[in-house]
Design a protein around this ligand. Structure first.
Ligand SMILES: O=C(O)CCC(=O)C(=O)O
Ligand SMILES: [Fe+2]
Length: 213
């Protein structure tokens, strides 16, 4: 893919108060991050989870860290084990934690120390409908969300599902941080367009860091 900004230093693009896109922040680490993602997935493969409503999610997920987010017939929850396999989640790589803490600090949230890392894999057509991230205990802690591989359109809305949304393209190496007054904004991902990324093949990967407990 032609990236006109490939030689540019990362830059910040504000979305709302408490929310910013740190453009290309981890582009140079993208390959190493993806290698870690593949190693985690080799231990705990990506699954298409079934929502409490009985729907198969189009996004495939795995986790690393002390706690992982998943969903099954009982609801959405954080747990130390994969509820599908019973396996403990692989540890969060130090490189992941360091980048999450650094990105949060650059967005104005000092001292972020995530205990949960959700990894989403999007195939063509996969999407995440508008939702709020609200399964975490301390909503003063931000969300740090890293985009790798194919680009996708991110929707960033208000505090009601029906509120107007901004639509922004997230590309390989972009990091979105939202917290503070934006922590509970609705957000989602539009259906992924097919493509082949040189490092990620036919997929988009998203790594999301949270303080769950
Ligand atoms: O894939 C993304 O960029 C967003 C992921 C997300 O909103 C979530 O995992 O809750
Ligand atoms: Fe989310």
């Amino acid at each position: 893919m032609l990236d006109l900004f490939s030689d540019e230093a990362p830059w910040a693009e504000p979305l709302a108060e408490g929310a910013v896109i740190l453009r290309r922040l981890v582009r140079d680490e993208g390959e190493a991050l993806l290698k870690s993602v593949f190693a985690i997935a080799a231990q705990n493969p990506f699954h298409h989870r079934i929502t409490p409503g009985g729907h198969r999610m189009s996004v495939a997920m795995t986790n690393c860290g002390d706690l992982g987010w998943s969903t099954d017939s009982r609801g959405y929850q954080y747990s130390e084990h994969d509820t599908a396999t019973g396996h403990q989640w692989p540890p969060m790589p130090d490189s992941f934690r360091a980048l999450a803490t650094s990105a949060a600090a650059q967005a104005g949230f000092a001292g972020f120390n995530p205990d949960a890392c959700l990894i989403n894999r999007y195939e063509p057509g996969a999407k995440l409908t508008l939702h709020q991230d609200k399964d975490e205990k301390d909503l003063r802690q931000p969300i740090v969300s890293v985009s790798l591989g194919l680009p996708a359109v991110f929707q960033f809305g208000g505090f009601d599902r029906a509120d107007a949304t901004q639509r922004v393209l997230l590309e390989h190496g972009d990091v979105v941080v939202w917290g503070g007054p934006s922590r509970l904004r609705f957000h989602g991902i539009m259906p992924l367009k097919p493509g082949i990324h040189p490092l990620a093949g036919p997929y988009r990967y998203n790594i999301t860091f949270r303080r769950a407990l």
